[in-house]
Design a protein around this ligand. Structure first.
Ligand SMILES: Cc1cc2nc3c(=O)[nH]c(=O)nc-3n(C[C@H](O)[C@H](O)[C@H](O)COP(=O)(O)O)c2cc1C
Length: 160
């Protein structure tokens, strides 16, 4: 299974931490959205899209890439993020919609808290200092393991 993870991590490299953990489990290639192009993405069976959450959505670079893509009907994708306020359904909703509009099948989502010193938060040392921590990284690994099993064997009964 060829896997690519497209990610952006600009604030404290919070998302990069979990990206690398997932990439290790999935044997994934890593790329920034502005360093790839549509034909490159077609070579992969599974594509992850992740970044920090900036103003309640993923990084604009991911949207720009997704918008430039041709139809991707049935191509499997997953979404992940780190955020000051880890409200997954809300933070992921716009990217999920953009991916589905292109025909991607979103097969998994992961998110965790990330150290946030945006604006006035810097004055109080930020929110979620120390995150993603070891536990978050372990969660990201478990997510990637479940995802791998699911994509490789979609008809297997769910493990408890
Ligand atoms: C400009 C800016 C805007 C942000 N907006 C939000 C936001 O709307 N919601 C939120 O939960 N966190 C927000 N954050 C916090 C980041 O999502 C969080 O720190 C994330 O872990 C950053 O990931 P990164 O280090 O990979 O860039 C913002 C941070 C920055 C710098």
């Amino acid at each position: 299974m060829r896997t690519l993870i497209v990610y952006v991590s600009i604030h404290h490299r919070n998302t990069e931490k979990i990206t690398k953990a997932m990439a290790e489990v999935l044997g994934a290639d890593l790329v920034k959205p502005w360093k790839t192009e549509p034909n490159e993405l077609l070579k992969y069976d599974l594509i992850g899209f992740g970044s920090g959450i900036y103003w309640w959505r993923h990084h604009w670079g991911l949207f720009k890439l997704v918008e430039s893509l041709p139809r991707m009907d049935g191509k499997k994708a997953f979404i992940f993020s780190t955020a000051g306020m880890n409200i997954r359904w809300y933070n992921h909703r716009k990217l999920k919609k953009a991916l589905r509009k292109k025909g991607f099948k979103v097969v998994g989502e992961f998110s965790c808290r990330g150290w946030d010193t945006n604006g006035w938060l810097a004055k109080i040392g930020g929110l979620n200092k120390g995150h993603p921590n070891d536990r978050d990284v372990a969660e990201a690994r478990r997510f990637a393991e479940r995802l791998k099993a699911k994509v490789l064997n979609p008809h297997a009964p769910k493990s408890r």
